[in-house]
Each structure stands twice: as structure tokens, then as C-alpha cells.
Design a protein around this ligand. Structure first.
Ligand code: ADP
Length: 194
């Protein structure tokens, strides 16, 4: 089993790269953002609650997110592994994640950190807002707020993982072509099979 955490700020290309990895390595893609958005469009209680935070560019509360992730993991019993995109996003989420993985006898194989400068992130997110109509991508203030939330609450996870699992953290320059980046990721993942 290969379990990959794709780490990086909003707009760094996690979703795009996750799609490549899923195809090449036959992994199951878990994007907490996608799951929340699905719940919003289906008008579930969880979706309504999550949307109150998402539309402002804030994080959904940890416990809600952790419970969601646990349910999601339980729903895939037969897989080569998972690619976690957008989770964990806070230290409490990372702690809860590590406890959860232990109870399932699972391990994180790779942590891939996509590095992109703030100006480029804002440019990409606003463009995505125009193309996709995603509400939290359309307003520059909300986009900048999400990047700030990332800096405050999520970026510390890189040091956290460098501290806990130093041998499996890989930083990648995310300001190159999609293909260059996915080739780099693929080379890293090929160092471990199954
Ligand atoms: P991006 O990486 O571009 O910010 P996502 O689709 O991953 O996009 O997330 C969109 C929004 O969903 C976030 O701004 C946040 O409100 C919520 N969200 C997604 N994942 C998490 C998480 N692990 N913890 C808390 N909130 C989350």
C-alpha cells in the first residue's frame, strides 16, 4: 500500500497532480475540499455547516473534518493506497490522522510538498474562479485570506513532518510545467512499490 500526502498552499496544483498520481499508481484520491463541495451541492447538513467557513476562506472545524476523513477511509476497503489532498491542514488534524492510521495499521509513505510563491497562487486562484465559478476563488480578499490561513495554520505542518518523518518529505518546485512536476512526483513514488 502506498499512502501519499500532497501538501501545499491553495492553488499549488495539488488537485491537478493528484489526478496524475491516481492514474499512474491506481491510488484512491481523497480531497477533503471536494467532499465538502459535494456535500454543499447536495445540500446536506454537513455541507451547510462547512459552507459557512469555506465561503469566508476559513478552515472547517477540525473535529468535523477528522470525522469526515475517517468515514471516507472506511468506505474504501480494497485499494492500492490513498492520496490525501488538502488533509491534514492543522496540527490537531495531523495528530488525529497519525492515531487513526495506527489503528488501521497504515503508514504514510510520502509527503510531497508543492512550493509556489504567493503572487503566482493569487493569479492561479483568481483565474480558476473565472473558469470554474468556485465561490471561494472569485474574490481576491477571500483568496488572500485562504493563503494567510495556510501560512498560519497549515504551513507549520511541513516542520511537523520534517520532525516526525524526515525521510519521506520531498519538496518540489511547483512553478514549472504540470508535466515536469508530475514526472518528479512519479520518480519519487517509484522508489517504493507496494
Ligand atoms: P484549496 O487547496 O484550493 O484551498 P480545497 O478544495 O482543498 O482547495 O479546500 C477548499 C476549502 O475547503 C478550504 O478553504 C477549507 O475551508 C475547506 N477545507 C478543505 N480541507 C480542509 C481541512 N482539512 N480542514 C479544514 N477545512 C478544509
Amino acid at each position: 500500500m502506498i499512502n501519499v500526502i500532497l501538501f501545499g498552499p491553495p492553488g499549488s496544483g495539488k488537485g491537478t497532480q493528484a489526478d496524475f498520481i491516481v492514474k499512474r499508481n491506481h491510488l484512491t484520491h481523497i480531497s477533503t475540499g471536494d467532499i465538502f463541495r459535494k456535500n454543499i451541492s447536495q445540500k446536506t447538513n454537513l455541507g451547510q455547516l462547512a459552507n459557512e467557513y469555506m465561503k469566508k476562506g476559513q478552515l472547517v472545524p477540525d473535529q468535523l473534518t477528522i470525522d469526515l476523513l475517517e468515514n471516507e477511509l472506511d468506505s474504501f476497503s480494497d485499494t492500492n493506497g490513498f492520496i490525501f489532498d488538502g488533509f491534514p491542514r492543522t496540527i490537531p488534524q495531523a495528530d488525529a490522522f497519525s492515531t487513526l492510521l495506527k489503528t488501521k495499521n497504515m503508514f504514510v509513505s510520502f509527503i510531497i510538498s508543492l512550493e509556489v510563491s504567493e503572487n503566482e497562487l493569487v493569479r492561479r486562484l483568481l483565474r480558476r474562479g473565472l473558469e470554474s465559478g468556485r465561490e471561494d476563488d472569485q474574490n481576491e480578499e477571500i483568496v488572500r485570506n485562504r493563503i494567510q490561513v495556510y501560512e498560519k495554520q497549515t504551513s507549520v505542518l511541513k516542520a511537523y513532518y520534517l520532525n516526525h518523518l524526515p525521510n519521506i518529505v520531498f519538496s518540489i518546485d511547483g512553478e514549472r510545467t504540470i508535466e515536469q512536476i508530475s514526472n518528479d512526483i512519479s520518480n519519487i513514488l517509484s522508489t517504493k512499490q507496494g
